[in-house]
Design a binder for this molecule. Structure first.
Ligand code: GDP
Ligand code: MG
Length: 360
């Protein structure tokens, strides 16, 4: 969507211009001429009314494009050491050390390297989180760390993770974990991965493999280097000025502070005081905190932050958009709630119809 007019929206939705003008009036939008560009929030509302998805394309606004940290998700078979690896990586974080190791649980953390480079890790391992986020259109992950236990080798969820990454077009860096174990056989793991079609670097492909032990904390620096190298190859950049485009990676209810959402900005800058619509919820950002709980005025790309001030609890994968007024936020939130409920009921109905008749 880029400044579409009522005329164009009519063409795209197959609705008459007068019908769209009625809807515009209903949502309180005064549009002088059907040739005037519509506001994106208004277009989304109209789209929801006529059952058409209006996708937001954030592009040209703002021009400061800078390198940004990679956002990494850890996946792999159960018990292969995903949680242990994330814990070990978290401890290598400079910020964590400076804060005396007291990092609040945000659902994401940043490892800052001595060189100044940084890597953002999403803290919820697992395929469900990854797929759920993707299903909601939240392409947050840049790189997947595929954890494979050196003693256990490739298992069903290893293959599942590989296919998720492939489907999302996200490159893999393999961490062969538990290399401290006497039964560890990293070479066997590599042969297995290669025979499953993963093009490993040492066999002429482009997938890096690093041997680690989350327990003994060995190989972590090599893994971080491999991730930085992969990120460099991808030339990850983001617009840092202009309106924020962000996603929720985790949300929780705090007794004193109300709904809290961990967000990762994809582009632009999210600022304190802004009015946002988050999935079907909305609010005015009252506080932004970084991963060590320090108040920040703003959040920039790939930096995980906790935002406070939402009226309700959003879900992982929800998008965060900045809007101009509380009135518009309320309207968009209400419109989306209605649409989500409709989608939910339709899905239940479809599932009901999908159940085959059982013959006695
Ligand atoms: P997850 O299910 O993938 O999150 O796996 P966990 O991190 O919970 O680890 C599963 C088990 O493997 C735990 O008992 C860990 O202590 C153990 N483990 C994890 N990493 C290592 C490692 O590098 N070496 C050894 N020997 N054990 C490990
Ligand atoms: Mg775990």
């Amino acid at each position: 969507f880029e400044g579409m007019t009522t005329v164009e929206l009519a063409k795209r939705t197959g609705q008459s211009i007068s019908k769209l003008q009625d809807i515009l009036l209903n949502v309180g939008e005064k549009v002088e001429s059907e040739f005037d560009p519509l506001n994106i929030d208004v277009a989304e509302l109209v789209g929801m009314e006529v059952g058409v998805n209006v996708r937001r394309i954030h592009s040209a606004e703002g021009e400061k494009v800078l390198p940004r940290p990679a956002v990494v998700t850890v996946m792999g078979h159960v018990d292969h050491g995903k949680t242990s690896l994330l814990d070990a990586l978290r401890q290598t974080s400079v910020a964590a050390r400076e804060a005396g190791g007291i990092t609040q649980h945000l659902g994401a953390f940043v490892v800052s390297m001595p060189s100044g480079a940084a890597i953002t890790f999403l803290d919820t391992p697992g395929h469900a989180a990854f797929s759920a986020m993707r299903a909601r259109g939240a392409a947050v992950t840049d790189i997947v760390v595929l954890v494979v236990a050196a003693d256990d080798g490739v298992m069903p969820q290893t293959l599942e993770a590989m296919s998720h990454a492939k489907a999302a077009n996200v490159p893999i860096v393999v961490a062969v974990n538990k290399c401290d174990k006497p039964a560890a056989d990293p070479e066997r793991v590599k042969v297995q991965l290669a025979s499953e079609g993963l093009p490993l670097e040492e066999m002429g492909g482009d997938v890096q493999v690093v041997e680690v032990s989350a327990m003994k904390k060995t190989g972590l620096d090599k893994l971080e280097e491999a991730l930085l190298l992969q990120a460099e190859l991808m030339d990850l950049k983001a617009r840092t000025d202009g309106p924020a485009q962000a996603y929720v990676v985790e949300a929780r209810l705090d007794r004193g502070r109300g709904p809290l959402a961990t967000a990762i900005v994809k582009a632009g800058t999210l600022s304190c005081g802004q009015i946002v619509v988050v999935g079907s919820e909305w609010g005015r950002i009252r506080a932004i905190r970084d991963m060590v709980g320090q108040l920040a005025a703003q959040a920039t790309p790939a930096m995980p932050v906790e935002i406070e001030g939402l009226k309700g609890l959003p879900m992982a994968g929800d998008d965060i958009v900045v809007v101009d007024s509380e009135e518009r936020a309320r309207m968009l939130s209400a419109g989306r709630k209605k649409k989500y409920e409709k989608d939910r009921l339709r899905k239940i109905e479809e599932e009901r119809l999908d159940i085959p008749d059982v013959e006695e």
